[in-house]
Design a protein around this ligand. Structure first.
Ligand SMILES: [Zn+2]
Length: 284
């Protein structure tokens, strides 16, 4: 069965996000649990948490995915920024667990021109601390692959391999694949052969079982451009045929798919969701 959702807003209260996802016919969804461009200001109250959990249960939306804020940088070389990232990441994970979210998706971070090597070591250091402090929590961290914009880590799977190896291949760390980022990082996933090769490489470096969520986004950027800009499904380089291959691939089709496509018009989400539903072939 197709597991399909969209990134929805929490405007008006975090529980409102479930109403939004439900009214779009989603059976999974993603949210920012707080303002993604600011450091944490407060905490969800007990009522918010209970309300959210109740609605999730009633709507049968699962998994609930939280996207970590942009202010966090696991690879930060500046001491204060690295420290506050770890501190806030732990609080975000605790809160994600409280509201019953299955996953917290994060980007790998930016080394800001220092060096990939040093940046990756910072990421490992951060995860060691985070995982040690949050051992008892159920919410799982997923690192999302990136397009490879300047100084950004995580555009190549050798980065994940390095991080995981340093963490003894902990099962607590999973992977989220973003189709637009994958394309911009140079993987031709809109062709059968290209998609197969990419998934083989993922399996070899991190293990395909580690992939828990797929972000479905199209992009107009060139293959390998390193540019991260999403567009509507079918209007970019991945195209309708590419998405037909992706959502029906035997290694991917049982995973939750989440759209992070633009919302210029009110009907955009419904249209993008409808395209994916049309492309998806249910197993008989
Ligand atoms: Zn994404």
């Amino acid at each position: 069965m197709l597991k399909l959702g969209v990134h929805v807003s929490i405007a008006g209260g975090i529980h409102k996000s479930i109403d939004r996802a439900f009214s779009l016919g989603c059976n999974t969804m993603q949210i920012f649990a707080r303002n993604p461009r600011r450091f944490r200001k407060g905490f969800l109250c007990k009522e918010d948490i209970e309300n959210f959990r109740k609605k999730v249960k009633a709507s049968a939306i699962k998994p609930v995915v939280i996207h970590a804020p942009y202010t966090l940088n696991l690879a930060a070389s500046k001491k204060f920024l690295h420290w506050i990232t770890i501190k806030e990441f732990i609080l975000d994970l605790v809160e994600a667990d409280k509201i019953g979210a299955q996953y917290l998706v994060t980007h790998t971070g930016s080394h800001k021109g220092v060096s990939e090597d040093k940046g990756l070591k910072k990421v490992v250091k951060a995860f060691k601390k985070i995982l040690k402090t949050t051992e008892s929590l159920k919410t799982r961290i997923l690192i999302e692959n990136t397009s490879g914009t300047k100084n950004q880590l995580g555009y190549t799977f050798s980065h994940y391999r390095f991080i995981l190896k340093e963490l003894d291949f902990t099962p607590k760390l999973g992977v989220c694949l973003d189709t637009a980022h994958t394309w911009s990082a140079g993987y031709e996933i809109n062709r059968k052969e290209g998609l197969d090769d990419f998934l083989k490489m993922v399996d070899k470096t991190v293990g395909i079982k580690r992939v828990k969520v797929i972000h479905l986004n199209d992009t107009r950027e060139e293959l390998g451009s390193g540019k991260d800009r999403h567009c509507h499904i079918g209007e970019g380089k991945i195209g309708i045929n590419g998405f037909a291959l992706i959502v029906n691939h035997p290694l991917l089709k049982k995973l939750p798919f989440i759209l992070e496509t633009p919302r210029d018009e009110k009907t955009d989400d419904l249209r993008n969701l409808a395209i994916i539903r049309r492309l998806y072939q249910d197993e008989l």
